[in-house]
Design a protein around this ligand. Structure first.
Ligand SMILES: Cc1ncc(C[n+]2csc(CCOP(=O)(O)OP(=O)(O)O)c2C)c(N)n1
Ligand SMILES: [Mg+2]
Length: 703
């Protein structure tokens, strides 16, 4: 038996952690365990690679990554179950990195696992390399998520853990029961507010398949953590119903023991607080310690400090991009052990598939993003309703036909009408992962990240709702979904100042212009990074939802009205939504083209009799998606909205919403202030949005 004390000195308190004595040899089980000497050598190897990548790139973050090397080494060499021959295996364990600045640590371990080459590591942060400064999702290479904005990465893990449980509940495939979701968080992520939503949800749902390591090195970018926080993080997570373990995060035996305990937990997510040493092994030019120093957070160690560090870690500064032979052997053995272990798991899955051919086929469709047949024609939309009601009707239909869909709302489901999805589903709970509705609580950003995480896992389609004005709370996640090309669906209702009595805090004005900027921003595949729709009535809403479901390439935003919308003339072909913009009222030789999206289209239609009185002929265009419209042929665009035509656009948002569409002779009437509190009909009148007021503006414009 080896007994030992670990004395940990935190800047705000001194406490002694007494770790239970245990006999290391008794810990051996079927899994290959390595001696601490070998594990320390492997972790040092990772530290050498980390420091060298940053040194060669002349930029990057060595300190945190060097401290986290021990954990990542134990995780990948003894715990993380993946198929060395098939990186996309559906039931693999997932690893989600939160602090993307620790990317060299991830690239190094994935190099040891043969997903990257040494040459890739040498190209760290260079143009066109597979090792960008912060990791970008690349499942083939073992990178499950893009990370960089602190906080979001670990919340995707919460979503993935829900997805694994949901898939198990829906299919019974034993692989999803075995699967673990690992997350790695640092001081920054712990401090980011989004961790509150993630911690609450994961604990509340009892996600025992989620294991998170907290790299508590007490240092952050510009100060020691003690300068900004005195919270008891362990207590905080305990209060959220987490299983909390506290260890020396640089000690492989303690890491192994904690990971084992976490794997055995059956009711709660586990947080392993690992007290680590920032820049472990780092030396200054004079050979003195460079550990626990903010200076190693975000800059190369530099010159002689780098050389001293490499020597201290037992490597050759002349040949730092090198794998120690015993470490190479250890990982070679691990990969072959994994191949055998995974083969056994996959055999069990195969047996399950043979016994459950229909479910197995479903699962394959879900992971291939293949939609089931949805009887869109069956859907009858009632006239003169708010588009949020139309969305509700669509969601009710989807709840019947799309079993792998999960819809969430940030405590607004009966107002944003996502509760339509409860028509044929039940709420997800600790005891019901077969449910299809996730009540996220009031936590828009956490909800967005969780929904993204479900889709990053694969096999699940997720959608989420809140008021459009609160999309501001979600923007960081919208950006990440856009960058990762994750096809989540954002449902944003209460789309304009016609929210009325709730006043300016609840009236979206600039939000549409903001989200439409994302239509203009291309993702790395050259596609509009977000598809945005704002339908003019409920027949159009059905089409927008259909296109959102069919869009498996980018996120889709669906913007719906709170108030009822007067129905449009008979005979409009709403299939035109597919082209992004289409005619609602045809006029071959118009004096003016009237353009809008959402409920303003109906306002424009209401001006037509008033314009006729003045002999003004008008065409009315609904443009639910500028991005999609700009993807159409030049002929179609020019035919619908000729560049030289007189185009009058109406928007309840900022005029900038239509700047790209009205051409050189156009005019946009919109809102240039926050709005006011009053019944919406009063606001229409006070703000100049009644048909008569709009008609007057059009007449003036045509003159
Ligand atoms: C949302 C967000 N805010 C700020 C930053 C800039 N930033 C990068 S790392 C960091 C703090 C790092 O502290 P910690 O997470 O403890 O990492 P360590 O210094 O230990 O490597 C900050 C503020 C960021 N990446 N994301
Ligand atoms: Mg830190």
């Amino acid at each position: 038996m080896i007994g030992f004390f670990f004395v940990y000195h935190s800047p705000h308190s001194l406490f002694i952690c007494i770790f239970a004595a245990y006999n290391f040899t008794l810990c051996f089980n079927a899994m290959m365990e390595h001696s601490s000497k070998l594990m320390n050598r492997a972790a040092d190897n990772i530290r050498v690679l980390v420091a060298s990548m940053v040194e060669k790139a002349k930029s990057g973050h060595p300190g945190g990554a060097m401290g986290g090397a021990d954990f990542i080494n134990v995780l990948y060499s003894e715990f993380l179950t993946f198929d060395p021959k098939d990186p996309t295996w559906e039931c693999r364990d997932r690893f989600f990195l939160d602090p993307g600045h620790m990317s060299p640590m991830l690239y190094s371990i994935l190099m040891l696992c043969e997903r990257f080459t040494m040459e890739d590591l040498k190209q760290f942060r260079q143009w066109d390399s597979v090792t960008p400064g912060h990791p970008e999702r690349n499942v083939e290479r073992g990178i499950e998520n893009t990370s960089g904005p602190l906080g979001q990465g670990h919340v995707y893990a919460v979503g993935a853990a829900i997805a694994a449980k949901a898939l198990y509940a829906r299919t019974g495939n034993p692989g999803f029961k075995r699967e673990k979701i690992y997350a790695y968080i640092s001081d920054g992520g712990i401090q980011e507010e989004v961790s509150q939503g993630a911690g609450r949800m994961a604990g509340h749902l009892g996600l025992d398949n989620l294991i998170m390591f907290y790299d508590a090195n007490d240092i952050q970018l510009s100060t020691p953590t003690a300068d900004v926080t005195s919270e008891d993080t362990a207590l905080k997570y305990k209060a959220w119903n987490w299983n909390v373990l506290e260890i020396d995060g640089n000690n492989p035996e303690q890491i192994r023991k904690a990971l084992k305990a976490a794997n055995e937990e059956t009711a709660r997510p586990t947080l392993i607080i690992g007290h680590t040493i920032m820049g472990k092994g780092a030396r200054k030019a004079d050979g003195e310690s460079f550990e626990r120093d903010c200076g190693t957070h975000g800059a190369p160690l530099g010159g002689n400090a780098y050389i001293e560090t490499i020597k201290n870690l037992g490597a050759d500064p002349e040949d730092p991009f090198h794998i120690f032979p015993e470490v190479a052997e250890m990982y070679k053995a691990r990969l072959s052990e994994l191949t055998q272990e995974v083969e056994k798991i996959r055999q069990a899955e195969k047996k399950w598939a043979q016994e459950n051919p229909e479910k197995s086929q479903l699962l394959s469709d879900w992971f291939n993003q293949k939609l089931p047949e949805i009887p869109w024609d069956k859907l009858e939309q009632k006239p003169n309703k708010a588009t949020r009601d139309g969305s509700k009707a669509v969601l009710a239909l989807l709840s019947e036909y799309v079993p792998n869909m999960i819809v969430s709302s940030a405590d607004l489901c009966n107002s944003d009408k996502t509760d339509g999805f409860l028509a044929h589903t039940t709420p997800i709970s600790r005891t019901n992962f077969a449910g299809g509705f996730l009540q996220a609580g009031v936590s828009e950003l956490s909800m967005a990240c969780v929904c993204i995480g479900m889709m990053l896992h694969g096999g699940i389609i997720s959608a989420m709702g809140t008021f459009f004005v609160f999309s501001d709370y979600m923007k960081p996640a919208v950006r990440m979904a856009a960058l990762m090309e994750t096809p989540v669906k954002f449902v944003w209702t209460h789309d304009a100042f016609r929210v009325g009595e709730d006043g300016p805090t609840h009236e979206p004005v600039e939000q549409e212009a903001q989200i439409r900027l994302m239509e203009k921003l291309k993702n790395h595949s050259g596609k509009d990074s977000v598809r945005v729709f704002r339908p003019c009535n409920n027949q159009a809403a059905t089409q927008c939802w259909r296109l959102a479901m069919e869009n498996v390439e980018t996120p889709t935003a669906l913007i719906f009205s709170r108030q009822a919308i007067k129905d449009l003339p008979e005979g409009v072909d709403y299939i035109g939504v597919e082209k992004g913009a289409y005619e609602v009222v045809k006029e071959e030789y118009p004096d003016v083209i009237l353009l809008a999206s959402g409920s303003e289209v109906s306002t424009l239609v209401d001006t037509l009799p008033l314009l006729q009185e003045k002999n003004i002929k008008a065409r009315v265009i609904s443009c639910p998606s500028e991005g999609l419209f700009r993807r159409q042929s030049a002929e179609y665009q020019e035919k619908l909205l000729p560049a030289d035509a007189k185009i009058f656009a109406l928007t309840a948002g900022l005029p900038a919403t239509f700047e790209g569409l009205v051409g050189r002779n156009g005019y946009i009437y919109g809102l240039d202030h926050f709005g006011y509190s009053a019944p919406y009909q009063v606001l229409d009148d006070k703000l100049g949005f009644t048909p008569q007021q709009v008609a007057d503006k059009i007449i003036d414009f045509v003159k």
